[in-house]
Design a protein around this ligand. Sequence first.
Ligand SMILES: [Zn+2]
Ligand SMILES: [Zn+2]
Length: 219
Amino acid sequence: MARVDFHCHTKYSKCSNLEPELILKLCKKQGIQGVMICDHDTIKGTLAFKKVLSLNEDFIFIPGIEVLTDRGEILGAWIEEELSTSYFPEVAEEIKEKGGIVVVPHPYDAIRGKRFRVTEPDLPFIDAIEVFNSRCILPRANKKALKFAERYGLKQTAGSDAHFAPEVGQAWVSFNGSTIEEFRHSLMRGETRVEGRRSPFSVHLHTINHRLNRIFRRI
Ligand SMILES: [Zn+2]
Ligand SMILES: [Zn+2]
């Protein structure tokens, strides 16, 4: 049995300060055997993590990206090249062409302005729904996501959406196995389980503080 935190940011996202080395260390400390790095609109974090990992081959690493499309945010899992478009159906197609899978993160988090409001006509483009995101403040956001995934038979993922150290490994997808191939196979067959806890509210204060610091540094 292994656990993968399927949504994590690095310092290559403007809103995070996480060094790839630290993410790896924190995962191991939390009993997490794998992670997907998905920075906002860049694969720089994914590439940096891959370098760090060269000496830790037993760790499961899913390269990824969180893309802001015209419809909201989408996760591309198993993606390690920049994408060429931000128009939703094309983003989804490009992710699939590159061998990746399309995941809708936090679709019912009303507090997030950039959420993708998933509807029935989107289903042919989507592989999975993130049914647990530790950063969703309102529990019903995750519950509604789970209901949507169940109703349409979509695969389910979970992730911490970590931007800061205390968040890493707070949510995960667990599966029977120990390799990335086994993980993808289990995920696509719907044989995985999602588990997690919400991050402490202080992480949102952290985010505000981080944004203000960036603004003041520029002045
Ligand atoms: Zn997001
Ligand atoms: Zn995110």
